[in-house]
Design a protein around this ligand. Structure first.
Ligand SMILES: NC(=O)C1=CN([C@@H]2O[C@H](COP(=O)(O)OP(=O)(O)OC[C@H]3O[C@@H](n4cnc5c(N)ncnc54)[C@H](OP(=O)(O)O)[C@@H]3O)[C@@H](O)[C@H]2O)C=CC1
Ligand SMILES: CC(=O)N[C@@H](CCC(=O)OP(=O)(O)O)C(=O)O
Length: 350
């Protein structure tokens, strides 16, 4: 049995990793660590994780995390680099934070305003890496990797929505516009005044408006790789009164000379063999409720011929494919297991 430690186990992402590991046939839960909650029973912060409820959260130290085959880091930004540097090189370290996602130190400093820790292999196996349907490359980078950066939740939905069209050249790389709604768990478990129930319930609100959200450079990095040329994005996130889910509505100009009728098949072909990315039947649109608790991405695409734009909508569960599910998918690849092992392929509805 492979043993995994989870750092940040008292948080939302860490809790979701534990939930998924409980159903994983090849990985068992070793140490579970926390910050302020160290010493508490896991059940006091995650009562839904019944089989682990009686176990204690430990301090987040290298000594506690070492001695495992896999370490999942689900800590706030800035905490991963020191820990990872002190863990043996042969331990698989999967970082759910942003620290190692960006290749550009300049973009990191602009959006995070701290020292750039570096870049690890990027944990999105489905990302197109070249023109056409070349899905294998990112996957082969992850197979056998010992350090992997898990993508952010918005970048997961947006990149998977737009990458096939940019890779195939049916979307123009300029004038890409994204408006995405996220459930409140995307902001973590910590107490935040704007997330009080009375502030969030019955209301939707934009935030990080005007190209300042820190997922903007990550989205641009992914889409530029898919397009093979620089892509800039107007990205506006919004907070929605629901615990989980992201719905990203993405539009871009239809490339000159592309027949509208040919567009849909680009996405269908790109994801035909992907276990978790599903282009829905024509006319059926993604809904966050349909992906809750699963590692699925639901996508629909159409052409607004009146304005010459392609509209792509993607839904993910921010805590599953948007974090913890992707983390386990990456661990499976790194460990040489089937990529889908232990991951839920069906959601929870209604
Ligand atoms: N929520 C989401 O949808 C997504 C989250 N992520 C990323 O995952 C990571 C965790 O996010 P999330 O679970 O939402 O955040 P939470 O605030 O819910 O959890 C943070 C976790 O980190 C622990 N922690 C905080 N400070 C320290 C510290 N100084 N030393 C040790 N442990 C500490 C907390 O412990 P305690 O509470 O006991 O103090 C808690 O277990 C972040 O990097 C986030 O960006 C990525 C994609 C999506
Ligand atoms: C609703 C909400 O606040 N969401 C978070 C995104 C969480 C996430 O995926 O981000 P990182 O892993 O990059 O922190 C935000 O907008 O900052």
């Amino acid at each position: 049995m492979i043993r995994a430690a989870v750092a940040g186990a008292s948080g939302y992402a860490g809790g979701e990793i534990l939930r998924l590991l409980l159903a994983h046939p090849d990985i068992e839960v070793g140490a579970m660590t926390a910050g302020g909650n160290a010493g508490e029973r896991l059940g006091s912060v995650h009562p839904h994780l019944t089989p682990l409820a009686g176990r204690r959260l430990e301090e987040t130290t290298v000594d506690v995390l070492a001695g495992h085959d896999v370490v999942f880091l689900a800590l706030p930004h800035g905490h991963s680099a020191d820990l990872a540097a002190q863990l043996p090189a042969d331990v698989v370290v999967i970082d759910c934070g942003a620290d190692f996602r960006l290749e550009s130190a300049e973009a990191w400093t602009e959006f995070y305003d701290t020292h750039h820790a570096g870049a690890w292999p990027y944990g999105m196996p489905e990302l197109m890496t070249a023109v056409g349907r070349e899905t294998g490359k990112q996957r082969s980078v992850l197979a056998g990797a010992r350090r992997i950066a898990v993508p952010g939740c918005y970048p997961t939905a947006v990149s998977l929505a737009l990458a096939p069209g940019l890779a195939a050249g049916v979307l123009t790389p300029e004038d890409v516009v994204v408006v995405a709604a996220s459930g409140t768990s995307g902001a973590g478990k910590g107490l935040k005044p704007h997330l009080l129930g009375s502030e969030v319930m019955g209301s939707m609100s934009p935030y990080g408006v005007g190209g300042v959200h820190r997922h903007t450079p990550e989205i641009e990095q992914n889409l530029s790789r898919a397009a093979g040329s620089p892509v800039t994005v107007s990205f506006t996130p919004t907070l929605a009164p629901m615990p989980r889910g992201i719905l990203a509505t993405c539009t871009a100009r239809l490339a000159p000379g592309t027949a509208a009728a040919a567009v849909r098949s680009v996405w269908e072909q790109a994801y035909a063999d992907e276990p978790f990315v599903h282009v829905l039947p024509e006319g059926q649109w993604p809904r966050t409720a349909d992906v809750v608790g699963s590692n699925n991405v639901h996508i629909q695409v159409t052409v607004d011929e009146r304005v010459g734009r392609v509209v792509v909508v993607a839904a993910v569960d921010n805590l599953t494919k948007g974090t913890a599910g992707a983390a386990i998918q990456c661990a499976n690849l790194a460990l040489g297991l089937d990529e889908t092992t232990g991951l839920p392929r069906a959601g929870v509805a209604p």
